[in-house]
Design a protein around this ligand. Structure first.
Ligand SMILES: Nc1ncnc2c1ncn2[C@@H]1O[C@H](COP(=O)(O)OP(=O)(O)OP(=O)(O)O)[C@@H](O)[C@H]1O
Length: 460
């Protein structure tokens, strides 16, 4: 007897007839594709069926063969399961990277870009285009610079949205360039001749917030000696940048929502509304969706602000931009690129930069003025060994063979420690107690090691 008709696929409408007697047979089906974005094979895609897929440069050792001289014979294995994809680097010579970070084992999310040698590979969920957005050809937009894929994707989005009139929400960790981004949107818009008004909502006493945003009339409160226009009115004809919008107290949020919806503001103590012509660009380093769930931020305001959303990546996800960023910082300081030695640059390229570009700028400033003692405690190990010569021996780990034995050995151990700790933390979801049990090392010592390598348990 027929009991049910179930469709196994969302996209192709295949149907499977189930009966009591015959259990459903699940045929392997393609859920993901691997798209080659750059490198000699750019443009090719491979279906990823459940099971193991070996990726490398040798037809003997790999199922997906990449004709890239910087790719090892067997460079990476993708283990595709029903519920996810795990990438394992079995010891490639030049390493495997996910958004700027080297890994040896990684649970890869759909849409992630992996870099092997000079080849970039994207895991594309079935039904999605390999590249949803063309990459901008620029390596700067306003004051923001970056030639990496992540930044060029941001630039494409900015090119498109700057010209429009919609409000924009910029999200990103502290120091990722949110203010620069807002300025760039303004200067590339038709409002560029109008004012660009900045309000840092985190820096204003809650009692003064309404007056700062909407203005006040004389006598509205103690100290209101004259009528004063608020930021919305001052930004008339231009752009209002609301920094740290996540800090806005709940009680002020309905007034901001009203101002955004009606483009009308009422000064504190006044009876009438004034119409303003303002584009609002807001920014936050907070997880606003989380704040909405926790009831700290109004959902309707969030949706109104986030009509268009730009997410700026943390620097650790585009480490390849560090050389360009260093040159930019130096030139903004009026210094030539030679103001920093190659050795210092190499060290800076290996630091995880929790404070993002702002921290990089500050460190470059200090090192140029005070010398190398001002460098942060940077693990001295090669993170990125890209575009290197092809491997002669699959088991070769990149080693500084030209260094004195002791130093070369120390580097190798440091590299091992860091790779080990990263994988460990990832496996234990940042739980240090669990990590210390699994690794069989004392918790205090583990914390010390994590600090030494700039790894943050909570953020892993
Ligand atoms: N992509 C970038 N290119 C060039 N400079 C950058 C970039 N990102 C940030 N900076 C520089 O880093 C510093 C911090 O940038 P900005 O103030 O825009 O960051 P932010 O995200 O607004 O930080 P916060 O959340 O702490 O307010 C500035 O000096 C800025 O010029």
């Amino acid at each position: 007897m027929l009991r049910a008709v179930a469709s196994l696929g969302d996209d192709d409408g295949d149907e499977l007839v189930r009966t009591d007697a015959l259990p459903a047979i699940r045929t392997p089906r393609v859920r993901m594709r691997l798209a080659v974005l750059t490198g000699p094979d750019a443009g090719r895609t491979y279906p990823l069926f459940p099971g193991s897929h070996r990726i490398g440069s040798s037809e003997q050792h790999a199922d997906i063969v990449l004709p890239d001289r910087a790719v090892s014979r067997q460079h990476l294995v993708l283990e595709v399961r029903d519920d996810g994809v795990r990438a394992v680097d079995p010891g490639s010579r030049n390493g495997s990277f996910c958004e700027g970070m080297r890994f040896s084992e990684l649970e890869v999310r759909p849409g992630a870009v992996l870099t092997l040698g000079t080849t970039e590979l994207k895991l594309v969920p079935e039904g999605e285009k390999a590249r949803s957005m063309p990459l901008s050809t620029r390596d700067s937009f306003g004051g923001l610079v970056g030639g990496s894929r992540r930044m060029r994707e941001v630039f494409t989005l900015l090119e498109r949205l700057a010209a429009g009139e919609s409000d924009v929400l910029i999200q990103g960790e502290t120091g990722t360039g949110k203010e620069l981004c807002a300025e760039a949107i303004h200067s590339h818009s038709s409002r560029s001749k109008g004012p660009f008004v900045i309000v840092d909502l985190a820096g204003i006493a809650p009692s003064l917030l309404e007056s700062e945003l909407f203005g006040h009339v004389k006598g509205a409160f103690t100290g209101a000696n004259t009528d004063r226009a608020g930021a919305f009115e001052r930004a008339h004809g231009g752009t209002l940048f609301l920094d740290e919008v996540g800090e806005l107290p709940l009680e002020v949020q309905p007034r901001l929502l009203r101002a955004l919806e009606r483009r009308q503001v009422k000064r504190v103590g006044a009876n009438d509304y004034r119409t303003v012509n303002v584009r609002v660009v807001a920014a936050t380093h907070q997880d606003l969706e989380g704040a909405v769930k926790d009831g700290r931020f109004r959902g309707d305001l969030f949706h109104r602000l986030a009509v268009l959303r730009v997410v700026l990546p943390p620097l650790r996800e585009h480490l390849e931009d560090i050389p360009l960023l260093i040159d930019t910082v130096l030139s903004r300081m009026g210094r030539p690129p030679s103001a920093l030695s190659d050795q210092t640059r190499a060290l800076l390229a290996q630091y995880p930069w929790p404070g993002n570009v702002r921290e990089l700028r500050n460190v470059v400033d200090r090192v140029v003025n005070l010398g190398e003692e001002a460098l942060p405690d940077i693990p001295d190990v090669p993170l990125q060994v890209r575009g290197a010569a092809p491997d002669d021996d699959e088991n070769t780990v990149p080693m500084a063979l030209d260094l004195p034995f002791k130093e070369a050995k120390e580097r190798l151990i440091e590299g091992f420690e860091r790779d080990y700790l990263r994988t460990l933390l990832e496996r234990c979801e940042g739980n240090v107690s669990r990590a210390s049990r699994e690794a069989g090392i004392d918790r205090v010592y583990l914390r010390k090691l994590l600090r030494k390598h700039g790894l943050d348990a909570s953020s892993s």
